[in-house]
Design a protein around this ligand. Structure first.
Ligand code: G16
Length: 543
């Protein structure tokens, strides 16, 4: 066996975004593209010598091929052990758990999350650190700098590893351990939740549909919900992970999980509907006739977490990303625990979790999780909901209404404008920034701006500063609009407009959210001169 040192040149644009490097699959398949990035990760973490690494992905097209390349590069960079999910599969939260469980030095997670898969769709790669969480900004910056000066990469001339066989094998000095992707993750879930109570719930006739969207959570949800908790066979649908996700868009929101939404709004609806995304870290929760926004789900999970064994003694704090609604802040206040507002990106929760400052975190983009791993965790959220439903013996709709009557309702929706020419999107943001200090007191579509700023974050644990994390505009009367550009798209720019309107506990909570948010939307669109800059005001996606 030989190790090769291959000459290469920097490839432009290998800058990790909100969650790793995401590009079109064909870009990742270009000569040296994947190898350059993987070598840059090794260079950024101080080399691979003696390291133990977890490797797995969501099974999308190019997953297995990329894993073989990463294994060969791990061997050539001197790694001691790689732990790989069988068939190359690992959900993102399961990968995070395996890193922590095995005290690994980190892991490569192959996924473009909720983006479609296939040779003409998207691929992605991110590196998670030894705490199991996405590489923090300091480390992603080192990776990017390494990609800009790379001249060689190391790769071993070894046979492919049979990813289908569980067990241990060696390639030169590298030990390759193939593990069941579900087993240890399921064992972790059993320590967190009251499986007996959930089993009783199903035994009592509780009905559910879990849509795995042809993505990674199929095997996890089948093993846990059907095989362990006794949900009837057929509860989990679209359960086989496919490399093109059945040509779907594995994003659990009312648009992309429409068949589930339609069922839940019909008279055939089961008691609970849930879905997860490509790599299993996002979730959607919907009751019979009652969609739960991710922001509300975060607040409700935090308010009720003490009903599950893992959180029985209470939670220490709640963190949410800045664009997420203030619903969870109200819960934190009532519980008397700290509330944190971080930039978009799960990586910003890592320090708070490691420092024991927060127990539960969440984002409007359908991610919720806790200190059990360092990633958001779709099935975890579903199981916590099940645990709460089992104890409270109320429907999802009743829990929602009860929550709003206690805390008030934060009407919420995100409007996405996709594939905008990057220069136009940047021009809109630049113009908005330039006018920020003059906005207070001005009125747009009948709403007066109370205050406006650009969000920047000072990490309270390591003191690092992250600037330009989105523009916040607060209106008189409890409305808020947030403007930011997505960091996960692969085509042009995506403008995200986040809308929020608070209605107090004694207020009317039954208004259609898009109606309740209509005035904030009109004010936001007028304020940012949307029509003039991007030539449209109708969003592609409304969550
Ligand atoms: C990633 C990040 C999340 C973020 C989301 C959307 O999720 O992990 O923290 O909220 O992208 O980010 P953006 O608004 O920049 O597109 P995932 O599920 O794609 O890994």
């Amino acid at each position: 066996m030989t190790f090769q040192t291959v000459s290469t040149k920097p490839i432009e644009g290998q800058k990790p975004g909100t969650s790793g490097l995401r590009k079109k699959t064909r870009v990742f398949m270009e000569p040296h593209y994947l190898e350059n990035f993987v070598q840059s990760v090794f260079d950024a973490i101080g080399g691979g010598q003696g390291k133990k690494l977890v490797i797995g992905g969501d099974g999308r097209f190019f997953n297995a091929t990329a894993i073989q390349i990463i294994i060969k590069m791990a061997a050539a960079n001197g790694a001691a052990q790689v732990i790989v999910g069988q068939d190359g599969l690992l959900s993102t939260p399961a990968a995070s758990h395996l890193i922590r469980l095995n005290k690994a030095d980190g892991g490569f997670i192959l996924s473009a999350s909720h983006n479609p898969g296939g040779i003409d769709e998207d691929f992605g790669l991110k590196f998670n650190a030894a705490n199991g969480g996405p590489a923090p900004e300091g480390l992603t910056q080192l990776m990017f700098e390494a990609t800009e000066k790379i001249s060689t990469y190391n790769i071993a001339d070894i046979d492919d590893v049979d990813l289908t066989k569980i067990g241990s094998t060696s390639r030169a000095d590298l030990q390759v351990v193939i593990v069941d992707p579900v087993e240890s993750y399921q064992a972790l879930m059993e320590t967190l939740f009251d499986f007996d109570a959930i089993r009783d719930l199903f035994a009592g006739g509780f009905t559910m549909r879990f849509d795995a969207m042809h993505a990674i959570t199929g095997p996890y949800a089948t093993a846990i919900l059907e095989d362990t908790l006794g949900a009837p066979s057929g509860t989990v649908v679209n359960k086989i992970p496919l490399e093109d996700f059945g040509k779907g868009h594995p994003d659990p929101n009312p648009i992309w999980a429409k068949p589930l939404m339609d069922l839940m709004m019909s008279d055939k609806a089961p008691d609970l509907g849930a879905a997860s995304d490509g790599d299993g870290d996002r979730n959607m929760i919907v009751g019979r006739g009652a969609y739960v926004t991710p922001s509300d789900s975060l607040a409700i999970l935090a308010a009720n977490a003490h009903l599950a064994p893992a959180y029985r003694s209470g939670i220490v704090g709640i963190a949410r990303s800045m664009p997420t609604s203030a619903a969870s802040d109200r819960v934190a206040k009532k519980l008397g625990v700290e509330a944190f507002e971080t930039p978009t990106g799960w990586k910003f929760f890592g320090n708070l979790l490691d420092a024991g400052r927060v127990t539960i975190c969440g984002e409007e983009s359908a991610g919720t999780g806790s200190d059990h791993v360092r990633e958001k965790d779709g099935l975890w959220a579903v199981l916590l909901w099940l645990n709460i439903l089992a104890v409270r013996k109320m429907s999802v709709a009743e829990i929602l209404r009860d929550h709003w009557h206690t805390y008030g309702r934060d009407y919420y929706s995100r409007h996405d404008f996709e594939a905008i020419a990057t220069d136009k999107a940047n021009a809109l943001m630049t113009d908005l920034r330039a006018r920020l200090t003059d906005l207070a007191g001005q009125s747009f579509a009948g709403l007066t701006v109370a205050s406006a700023d650009e969000f920047s974050y000072l990490d309270p644990v390591d003191g690092s500063q992250s600037n330009q994390q989105g523009v916040r505009v607060y209106f008189e009367g409890g409305g808020r609009a947030v403007f930011r550009l997505s960091g996960t798209g692969t085509e042009g720019a995506t403008l995200r407009l986040y809308l929020e309107q608070y209605a107090p506990p004694e207020g009317d909570h039954g208004v259609d959210p898009q109606l309740a948010l209509g005035q904030v939307r009109d004010a936001a669109q007028s304020l940012c001169r949307m029509e003039a800059f991007i030539g449209r005001t109708t969003p592609d996606v409304m969550t």
